[in-house]
Design a protein around this ligand. Structure first.
Ligand SMILES: Nc1nc2c(ncn2[C@@H]2O[C@H](COP(=O)(O)OP(=O)(O)OP(=O)(O)O)[C@@H](O)[C@H]2O)c(=O)[nH]1
Ligand SMILES: [Mg+2]
Ligand SMILES: [Zn+2]
Ligand SMILES: [Zn+2]
Length: 388
């Protein structure tokens, strides 16, 4: 009888000594052909999560170990959180391997967002990080949009190399591999553990597919400190992670008004003509409009109540916002992006703003994803497109 020595859900080496350490199993589970550690079992059956706390060093050595075989790398990013999905300094680790960028969670984005624009954006961002992607695929491991296309491309192009997913925690690497396993007709209990909590997969692991002989490998995700999903408490995650397609919320604002996104971000409209601000954030997150001169008091009184999250279990660093001035001249529409929360689309009219965020969370600016305001790009190309 062959005994698997790692958990088939999270990759942790199995052990029977310490219930509080990774990979703990009781004797009988140890002997199963597809053993699952206690942590995975509780996560899958009861939704109880215990953090594995994979350090950056462990993360890198896990990826390096996985890449010791010739690999085709699927660099998975969360399309709703592109800014938070980019792993800094990954290029060096991946050197020598072909890289495809996989834009996952396309189900969360408005259908009329130009796929071409998104793909080009991904190529540019990858390049800025030193990665030359030979292919870009937009897909959803949840709705399966774009999945058949990827599967066909993998069958045609993997050529004996193992196919490895890498990326930040929670972008959907294990979910994607589960879908590919299902495509190959091989999901008999081998399912990798997935969860809404960043840091689910603990160690690299691989599965060889019958039929095609392709090897699929998963790696743990990198946990960051600069994305809100890595900073809020487990309970508050459900308020910031979109569950369904994000509905743009349009606010026609006057100068001297403020918007709160939960209690995690505040935008003050300091000066400019009245203009629309469009919020792209989880539909369940409360957006609250108020007068600028009332905003401080509202924050003091309503933090954790109307302005939630952060809740009282969240890290104390989230309960204090730091202001930063940003201003724009007349020009093209831009998105103000807050990693892990979403973005605010500005109309392109001249404007002076102050944006308040928790320390360590940096706002970034990009050309608006949605093309012209109110008239999103007509040209929609679905599925994958070749990078140029
Ligand atoms: N909306 C949406 N959610 C997705 C999609 N793919 C995965 N998710 C969700 O994203 C969360 C994380 O998925 P995982 O597959 O565990 O992500 P991971 O990258 O393996 O995470 P780590 O193991 O922590 O690095 C889960 O709640 C998934 O259901 C998708 O295409 N769309
Ligand atoms: Mg995973
Ligand atoms: Zn496990
Ligand atoms: Zn909380």
């Amino acid at each position: 009888m062959s005994v698997n020595l790692v958990c088939t859900g999270c990759g942790a080496p199995l052990q029977m000594d310490d219930e509080n350490q990774r990979g703990y199993v009781t004797g009988s589970a140890f002997l199963r052909e597809q053993p699952l550690c206690q942590r995975c079992y509780r996560l899958i059956h009861y939704g109880q999560f215990s953090p594995g706390n994979v350090t950056e060093e462990e993360y890198r050595s896990s990826v390096m170990r996985s890449l010791s075989r010739p690999s085709l790398v699927l660099y998975v990013v969360d399309l709703f959180d592109l800014a938070g999905s980019l792993v800094r300094g990954l290029a060096g680790t991946l050197r020598g391997n072909e890289v495809w960028v996989i834009g996952n969670k396309v189900d969360l984005l408005a259908r009329e967002l130009s796929r071409e624009r998104l793909s080009n954006w991904l190529v540019r961002e990858a390049r800025r990080n030193g990665l030359e992607a030979t292919r870009v695929v937009l897909l959803s491991a949840r709705s399966e949009e774009g999945l058949d296309g990827l599967w066909r491309e993998l069958l045609a192009h993997s050529r004996g190399r193992q196919v490895v997913t890498v990326g930040m925690a929670n972008v959907g690497k294990s979910s994607l591999l589960n879908r590919l396993l299902a495509k190959s007709g091989q999901l008999d209990g081998q399912a990798l553990t997935t969860s809404p909590y960043p840091g689910t997969t603990l160690s690299g692991m691989s599965v060889k597919l019958g039929g095609s002989g392709m090897v699929l490998a998963d790696t743990p995700g990198l946990l960051g400190k600069y994305r809100l999903q890595d900073r809020v408490c487990r309970n508050s995650l459900k308020w910031i992670i979109p569950e369904e397609r994000v509905r743009p919320r349009i606010y026609q604002l006057q100068p001297d008004q403020s918007l709160f996104l939960g209690g995690l971000a505040r935008l003050d409209f300091i000066a400019g003509q009245p203009q629309p601000f469009v919020i792209y954030a989880a539909n369940q997150l409360t957006v609250h409009r108020t007068k600028l001169d009332r905003a401080d008091e509202l924050y003091r009184r309503q933090l954790g109540l109307i302005l939630n999250p952060p809740c009282s279990d969240c890290d104390a660093s989230l309960r204090e916002l730091r202001p930063k001035n940003v201003s724009f001249e007349d020009g093209k529409p831009v998105d103000l992006v807050v990693p892990g929360l979403g973005w605010i689309r500005l109309s392109g009219r001249r404007v002076k703003l102050r944006i308040h965020l928790p320390s360590g969370i940096e706002v970034s600016v990009r050309p608006a994803l949605g093309g012209r305001f109110g008239n999103a790009d007509k040209k929609v190309s679905r599925g994958q497109s070749r990078a140029r």
